[in-house]
Design a protein around this ligand. Structure first.
Ligand SMILES: Cc1cc2nc3c(=O)[nH]c(=O)nc-3n(C[C@H](O)[C@H](O)[C@H](O)COP(=O)(O)O)c2cc1C
Length: 173
């Protein structure tokens, strides 16, 4: 059941050494390409990274919040062209979460690494750092990196009784 999958999805930051089956990676990538986008413009592009050396380098894109990427088997870098759509951030975010949920549906763990608006160090943005490493053309902005692999940590499903029900407003705010 879709709701149970959502309740079980947790950000996974520790990954096992088990390789990912090509069929699973293909399903994740096809899922990304199925993402809805405004006016179906599909302003995004996806870069898959499996090379361990490159994963290690990408894991340093931020001072905090990205180091665990070095232990992942796969990174999917979500970029988009703002010239193509004024709502590229929404489109790239939707694709990012669809990648995460596709991974979850296949028994894999994942975690979103925020790149847009984040910094590598005082001089360089995380986006510039990732752009240089992966030779991303200037016209593309980098939204996120989704780290994927078989989980090597067990996290409890979200507790239904602790959901922030107060955020739901009925009929008016
Ligand atoms: C837009 C967005 C950006 C995020 N950025 C990061 C990040 O840079 N590093 C990280 O470790 N987790 C990141 N996360 C994961 C959140 O910390 C996580 O989803 C949140 O704490 C809830 O935990 P859960 O995913 O286990 O339910 C991000 C999540 C979202 C939706």
């Amino acid at each position: 059941m879709y709701y149970e999958m959502l309740r079980n999805r947790r950000s996974i930051r520790k990954f096992s050494n088990r390789d990912l089956e090509k069929e699973k990676v293909d399903i994740i990538l096809k899922s990304a390409l199925l993402s809805p986008s405004s006016r179906s413009i599909r302003p995004w592009e996806f870069i898959t990274v499996t090379d361990m050396d490159m994963l290690q380098k990408l894991s340093l894109c931020r001072e905090h919040g990205s180091v665990f990427l070095s232990g992942a088997k796969l990174a999917i870098v979500v970029v988009a062209n703002p010239d193509k759509s004024d709502v590229w951030i929404e489109d790239a975010s939707i694709a990012s979460i669809i990648i995460q949920l596709a991974a979850q549906s296949l028994g894999l763990g994942s975690c979103w690494i925020q790149v847009r608006q984040r910094f590598h160090n005082k001089e360089k943005s995380a986006e510039e750092y990732v752009r240089e490493l992966l030779q991303i053309p200037e016209k593309y902005c980098v939204e996120s990196i989704i780290a994927i692999g078989y989980p090597d940590e067990k996290k409890e499903p979200h507790d239904e009784s602790k959901l922030p029900y107060g955020k739901i407003h009925y009929e008016w705010f």
